[in-house]
Write a protein that binds this ligand. Structure first.
Ligand SMILES: [Ca+2]
Ligand SMILES: [Ca+2]
Ligand SMILES: [Ca+2]
Length: 328
């Protein structure tokens, strides 16, 4: 039986059900002594845990010959459900060309603004050449493909996730068949900091107070692979007196191109300012306003923000906030 690093029986049962599709077999397996086994402590050399499994060939204490976490999981329909913020010990690849792929599936929490997940395949056995592909379960298109040509090297990537949406994680040997190797899989979740979401259209605009700066996030999420323009829009509503008003977006993240629009109650745009310089501020100096209810649409200039990438950490526009104020 495989090595499960979840720390709850419930998680084990969920995984086992996914593997076997039968609660009867789960019961049989539990009776047979299938149990939760934490990953060995990280020791830096990945090979000092021989006492656990005998000679492990640099596979982090997991014996690739017997490791079967989540199997069978060689097709996306057989994806094993994984929890966020847990470490899993998997093995993949075989010289005879079997077990070429390991599919897992994660589900994003129901946070209104969504979040981002950093997926890492580490502790790769010394005979392992890892590839990590993450796709949207909605459309099966690729969010990122991270691979290495260095045996034993880790691979990682990040993606933004929409509330409740599912995404698949595929681990394999990069480029062809080869010896079986062990790895650790982690999917670390962080909530996006934006208490004004969902606000992706005029109808969902969130009220803000005059002369009171607020902070929000320019990150965009979707269950699908491609972002629509509205996914990246932040709409706010403010009441203005007749005359002049200033809309200012500052603290723009260092890799963000801001664009702010001021829109009147009828939907007519009465002002816009954007920048082609990453991290620069945007400011509208509106004049001759008639007064009433106005809307601010803050978004990325000329496109949508990045929402996934291989072999990188999430950029500032995902992790940081911008500041917005309407002054009069
Ligand atoms: Ca597999
Ligand atoms: Ca936002
Ligand atoms: Ca928004």
């Amino acid at each position: 039986m495989g090595y499960f690093t979840n720390n709850s029986k419930e998680s084990l049962l969920k995984s086992a059900r996914t593997i076997l599709g039968s609660s009867v077999l789960v019961t049989v397996l539990l009776a047979a002594g299938c149990h939760l086994t934490p990953l060995p402590a990280t020791d830096g050399d990945g090979g000092a845990d021989a006492a656990v499994t005998g000679s492990d060939g640099g596979d982090g204490g997991v014996d690739p010959a017997t490791c079967d976490m989540g199997e069978p999981n060689d097709t996306r329909e057989q994806s094993t459900a994984i929890d966020l913020d847990h470490s899993y010990a998997g093995c993949v690849s075989a010289n005879d060309g079997t077990d070429l792929l390991d599919f897992y599936e994660l589900t994003a929490p129901m946070d209104a603004a969504g979040g981002y997940v950093e997926v890492t395949v580490s502790g790769v056995g010394t005979q392992g050449l890892a590839e990590l592909i993450v796709t949207s379960s909605t459309d099966n298109d690729v969010l990122f493909d991270a691979y290495t040509t260095v045996n034993g090297a880790s691979v990682k990537g990040w993606l933004t996730v929409a509330p409740g949406a599912k995404y698949r994680v595929r681990v394999s040997r990069f480029a062809g068949a080869g010896p079986r190797f062990a790895y650790s899989l982690d999917a670390k979740y962080t909530k996006i900091s934006d208490t004004f979401e969902p606000n992706n259209g005029k109808a969902d605009a969130k009220p803000i107070s005059l002369n009171m700066p607020i902070q929000a996030s320019a990150a965009a999420v979707s269950p699908s692979t491609a972002l629509a323009g509205a996914d990246a829009e932040d709409w706010f509503k403010v009441t203005l007196a007749a005359g002049n008003a200033t809309v200012k977006l500052s603290n723009s993240p260092s890799d963000h191109l801001c664009d702010v629009e001021l829109i009147d109650d009828s939907g007519q745009r009465v002002g816009e300012n954007y920048t082609t310089t990453n991290g620069a501020n945007c400011q509208i100096d509106a004049t001759a306003l008639v007064g009433g209810t106005y809307y601010v649409n803050a978004h990325t200039f000329a496109g949508v923000p990045v929402r996934a990438a291989p072999n990188a950490a999430p950029p500032a526009l995902i992790t940081a906030q911008y500041t917005l104020v309407v002054m009069q």
